[in-house]
Design a binder for this molecule. Structure first.
Ligand code: BJW
Ligand code: ZN
Length: 244
């Protein structure tokens, strides 16, 4: 790799960084075979995620929304972390100050071994009671059509942040600290359309960080970041951090 190439510059920045934050989206898991949200493969029975991932959709037809989650659980249960997920684990272990922010709910970062992370949109392997609020791990595949809480009998919902719902305060707080004090932010495989994550690049940039994105295509953040690398996450990410 030429030292002055875009790839070489990002690699050197990572090697010199004191504090690294990584933001990931569905593109990183696309390389493990998990469909993205906004690609044509993201559709299920002609529904868009925006039509199903809302509290209103769940209120109207919880059976349909659980059916969608069961389809995704079945699919994700067969997938494994790829080289990009694994390289992020290596980066975490070699860095003094590191935080991973993921929008993905598939749990593949945890499965790869990431420990310093915020899953800001929740986790598909957790359920939350709509009555008493208890959150539990649940890896049933398939889960019951309308699962109920063992403690109070109320309907369970996926422990996922849907459109129109606020992210959890603890996650937002952690992200805001990680973004405002990192010197290097890597953004991998997100369309940059969904807030608040779509605003994270500008928070880090305004705080003085070097920001690089890795994506198949340009995104709304491409003009803001220092370097955009185009290609598959599983091919590019390992090149960036070998020999850190
Ligand atoms: C590759 C690749 C490879 C492919 N290698 N790259 C108007 C303006 C501003 C904000 C709003 C607004 N109206 C409403 C809002 C707020 C709303 C929002 O942002 N809406 C926008 C759509 C406009 N946000 C919210 O509601 C959030 N809450 C909130 O803001 O609370 C306060 C508030 C409430 C209401 C109004 C205003 C404020 C909550 C958002 C929760 C999102 N949750 C979801 C669904 C979860 C369901 C589930 O998973 O079960 O999370 S949405 C969906 O999108 C999912 C994802 O995490 C998220 C981001 O998608 P991501 O990861 O970017 O995936 P894709 O598919 O979009 O992109 C993949 C990318 O990868 C592409 O760029 C490819 O090119 C690339 N790629 N293969 C590298 N191999
Ligand atoms: Zn309950």
């Amino acid at each position: 790799m030429a030292p002055g190439s875009d790839l070489g510059i990002v690699k050197q920045r990572l090697a010199d960084a004191q504090s690294i934050t990584v933001l990931t989206g569905a593109g990183i898991s696309a390389d493990s075979g998990v469909p993205t949200f906004r690609g044509t493969d993201g559709l299920w029975k002609n529904f868009r995620a925006e039509d199903l991932a809302t509290p209103e959709a769940f209120g109207r037809d919880p059976r349909l929304v659980w059916e969608w989650y069961n389809w995704r659980r079945e699919l994700i249960a067969t997938k494994q972390p790829n080289e990009a997920h694994k390289t992020i684990v290596a980066l975490e272990r070699r860095s003094q100050d590191f935080w991973l922010i993921t929008q993905n709910v598939d749990g593949l970062h945890r499965e790869a071994g990431s420990a310093k992370l915020s899953e800001i949109h929740g986790n598909i392997w957790k359920v939350r009671c709509t009555g008493c609020g208890v959150v539990e791990d649940n890896r049933d595949v398939p889960i019951a059509a309308l699962p109920s809480c063992r403690q109070c009998g109320s309907l369970l919902r996926p422990h996922i942040v849907w459109f129109g719902e606020s992210l959890f305060f603890e996650d937002l707080d952690h992200c805001s600290r990680a973004l405002s004090h990192c010197d290097t932010l890597l953004i991998i495989g997100t369309s940059g359309l969904v807030y608040p994550a779509a605003g994270f690049a500008s928070i880090a940039k305004e705080a003085g960080a070097f920001v690089a994105e890795i994506n198949l295509d340009p995104t709304p953040q491409s003009l803001l970041v220092d370097i955009s690398l185009h290609g598959r996450a599983k091919d590019i990410v390992p090149l960036l951090i070998e020999a850190v």
